[in-house]
Design a protein around this ligand. Sequence first.
Ligand SMILES: [Zn+2]
Length: 65
Amino acid sequence: MTQRVCENCAFPDEELALVRRVYVTPETWDTKGSREVVEETELWCVSCRSQYPHELVEDDEEDEG
Ligand SMILES: [Zn+2]
């Protein structure tokens, strides 16, 4: 069994969760803020999930690995 690592920081973690990264653009004087969700999913550790914006992906397909 291979140990899985976080796809964001490469830290090995047992509690990785499938997420979609969210790019948040802060509002500026001439631009409205925006929020873009990336289509591709990544496995993130608890630490990354507490630090970076993301959306949790429902994990109901298990044909990988
Ligand atoms: Zn991480």
